[in-house]
Design a protein around this ligand. Structure first.
Ligand code: PEP
Ligand code: MN
Length: 344
């Protein structure tokens, strides 16, 4: 259920509704929007009576939400959410181009790549310290040492960092070091991890599961938000289909579908979405054209030596070209490249 307040509702009127909801043993989520505040109600919906709520001063209407997700929906918040990742806005009119290695391998490797990202105008650095690999014998990441490297490189280049947490143990460390927690495709329905990320106040980048529907993705985001963390960014990264000319099938049509249903920002990852270096630039162009809020790109200065996902990593100089083209296409669809943080 959603309680939509009048545009001019006073803070004490919002507070009175929140107190009433909590007195019923439910959870209230005030969601301020550009024109009005809505209050999402979650919990075991047993006793919230819409007629009682409707009569509170300042309440415009009470909407019964029939689908399972509430806080992620446009009904809860008609205007687009902007998530600040270490001072860089994701969502709104700006677009972001995020780059970095699949895995943090060493300080030298991460520095070299980060330098290329910054020079090219990329605003955020990605890189995994904890890698969920299909084979137990593949490189699993440097763990906390990888997080230390990312934090050091962030200071050097003023590039906020996004890195994956694969379980509750790694999550605790990731929030100490990173500006944004990535939850990967394989963990999109790890509900304990989603709830734990929801209890933090660090932004979450939630990647679509390999066979997840739009509704399942939104429900996973709802898990995070239902715990009080409203800074969620969604990411399309390709799904499994019969097509075998690419690693996955990048489902760009989910971008307008999400935009219609949800206020959350959406990124596209054409690296995992295609698995092939030569498809990353064309699919990035298409992703920006279709209306996403930015792209997440794997970059490596020596892809043939990369410890994971080398075949889909592009070179730093190709990343620079990609940033230029995303900027140009963004302008056609009324977007502007988000400025990178100034060097301090
Ligand atoms: C990654 O971003 O390196 C990654 C493992 O992504 P995904 O969860 O989309 O496979
Ligand atoms: Mn990867």
């Amino acid at each position: 259920m959603l309680v939509v307040m009048d545009a001019g509702a006073r803070p004490e009127q919002i507070e009175a509704v929140v107190r009433h909801i909590e007195k019923m043993g439910l959870k209230a989520h005030p969601i301020p929007g550009a024109n009005r505040t809505a209050i999402g109600i979650t919990g075991a919906q047993r006793t919230a009576d819409p007629e009682v709520l409707e009569n509170f001063p300042g309440v415009k209407e009470v909407i019964r939400v029939s689908h399972g997700y509430k806080l992620v929906s446009r009904e809860a918040k008609p205007d687009d959410t902007i998530v600040s990742v270490g001072g860089v806005d994701v969502g709104g009119r700006g677009i972001v181009v995020i780059g970095g290695p699949c895995a943090v391998e060493s300080l030298d490797q991460t520095r070299t790549i980060a330098q290329g990202i910054k020079r090219a105008g990329g605003q955020l650095l990605r890189g995994g310290a904890y890698k969920p690999r299909t084979s137990p014998y593949s490189f699993q990441g440097l763990g906390e040492r990888g997080l230390e490297i990312l934090a050091r490189v962030r200071e050097e280049f003023d590039l906020p960092i996004i890195t994956e947490a694969i379980d509750e143990g790694s999550l605790k460390l990731v929030v100490q070091y990173a500006d944004c927690i990535q939850i990967g495709a394989r963990n999109m329905q790890n509900f304990a991890l989603l709830k734990a990320a929801g209890r933090t106040r660090t932004p979450v980048l939630l990647k679509r599961g390999m066979s997840a529907t739009l509704e399942e993705l939104l429900l996973s985001a709802e898990y995070v938000m239902s715990e009080g963390n409203y800074a969620v960014i969604l990411c399309e990264r390709g799904v499994r289909t019969f097509a075998d000319h690419t690693r996955n099938t990048l489902d760009l049509s989910i971008v307008p579908a999400i935009k219609r249903t949800s206020h959350l920002p959406v990124l596209v990852d054409p690296s995992h979405g295609t698995g092939k270096r030569n498809k990353v630039l064309p699919m990035s162009r298409a992703a920006i054209a279709v209306g996403c809020d930015g792209v997440l790109i794997e970059v490596h200065h020596k892809p043939e030596e990369a410890l994971s996902d080398g075949p889909q990593a592009i070179l730093p100089e190709d990343f620079a070209q990609l940033v230029r083209e995303c900027d140009a296409i963004g302008q056609v669809v009324g977007r502007t490249l988000q400025p990178a943080l100034a060097a301090s």
